[in-house]
Design a protein around this ligand. Sequence first.
Ligand SMILES: Cc1cc2nc3c(=O)[nH]c(=O)nc-3n(C[C@H](O)[C@H](O)[C@H](O)COP(=O)(O)OP(=O)(O)OC[C@H]3O[C@@H](n4cnc5c(N)ncnc54)[C@H](O)[C@@H]3O)c2cc1C
Length: 377
Amino acid sequence: MEEADITIVGAGIIGLALSASVSRKNRSVYVLEKNDSFGRETSSRNSEVVHAGMYYPKDSLKARTCVEGNRLIYEICKKNGINYKKTGKLITANEQVELKEIERLLHNGEDNGVSGLKILSEREIKHLEPNVTAFAALYSPDTGIVDSHNLMRYFLQTARAQGAEFIFHSEAKAIQKQNRGYQVSIRDADGSDFSFLTHILINCAGLNSDIIAKSAGIDIERADYILKFCKGEYFRLKSGKIRLIKHLIYSLPDKKEISLGIHATPDLGGGLRFGPDAEYIQRDKANYNVEDSKREHFANAVNRFLPFVEAKDLIADTAGIRPKLQGPENGFRDFVIQHEEERGFPGLINLIGIDSPGLTSAPAIARYVQDMVEELI
Ligand SMILES: Cc1cc2nc3c(=O)[nH]c(=O)nc-3n(C[C@H](O)[C@H](O)[C@H](O)COP(=O)(O)OP(=O)(O)OC[C@H]3O[C@@H](n4cnc5c(N)ncnc54)[C@H](O)[C@@H]3O)c2cc1C
């Protein structure tokens, strides 16, 4: 049977960043991707925001990888000519009571190592963003936006130059534990099946990562790895009003911290998008439709801080689906990044529940997993 040193399932931003970190000329690294190219799922259906890291609990993987990933993404972009913009971000408070929460985020961010955070008064906000209405705001200078497609392409090219092989149109269908690794069976575009043995298997399958873990033999119910799908839709501003703001503008996250709330994101193409909202959906009904009937709701949500937006200015844009471990009634869940040796699966590394800030965290997650791999190889 053909053998590989390392197999990565999934060529989203996580699998790509990881392939660039673990590939070497003297190693066989395969990346399996069921679609015909890289980054066709969640990694190309997001806000492209490079988060700074003030939301997540101290010492969580989300906090640590976000803060490190923020620095790494800007470094990579600068060095390799990838488009990005450190726009800065305002998290707005519209009532006195919200000020407490803004202060909590400031302290949490500082504890996480986020630099440059400060609270702005109404007058300072007007100076920075004359068209934004807010009573106070948390200013984060290191939040920005990135051309995520070219960032993914950079990781792909780096990995390929180091000998990694990308096998598109190939879906990992079955995984069987063997003495020296895992037998992976894949199905290609014309329906034919093929099996090989891999010594290390890294599961970066995004919305399918719990299914991949299950097919390797993990009891995903017991491990609490079952994903919930949480859809987020976007609307785009179609009028000349797009020039009215320069920063990313957010309100406070929703109380259950399921999402960061509908925000305004100026994109690198000069447009302005609003979203994503957050709606748990059934897995078997997953789709990327954007409901035009939500225009009014989106306009109302952003009117709290952008009073100039009217429902008639909005057109339906894209949607994405968050692979969440946190259900609608649960509290914060961290990323699962786990070498499954203790569960009896040495050489299997699961990455599950990589929702936001997964894009930002990707290069730091790649380093974290690389350390695990170097100990195993
Ligand atoms: C609406 C929304 C907004 C977001 N905004 C931001 C943001 O602004 N900033 C930020 O940092 N993060 C953001 N995120 C989070 C970020 O997009 C994700 O964390 C990140 O893209 C996850 O990348 P991934 O590689 O794990 O998953 P994916 O991009 O989904 O990649 C997984 C890949 O695995 C492949 N795959 C699945 N099953 C198989 C199989 N059996 N065989 C072979 N291949 C398989 C899939 O085809 C896919 O290409 C947002 C997410 C959403 C949904």
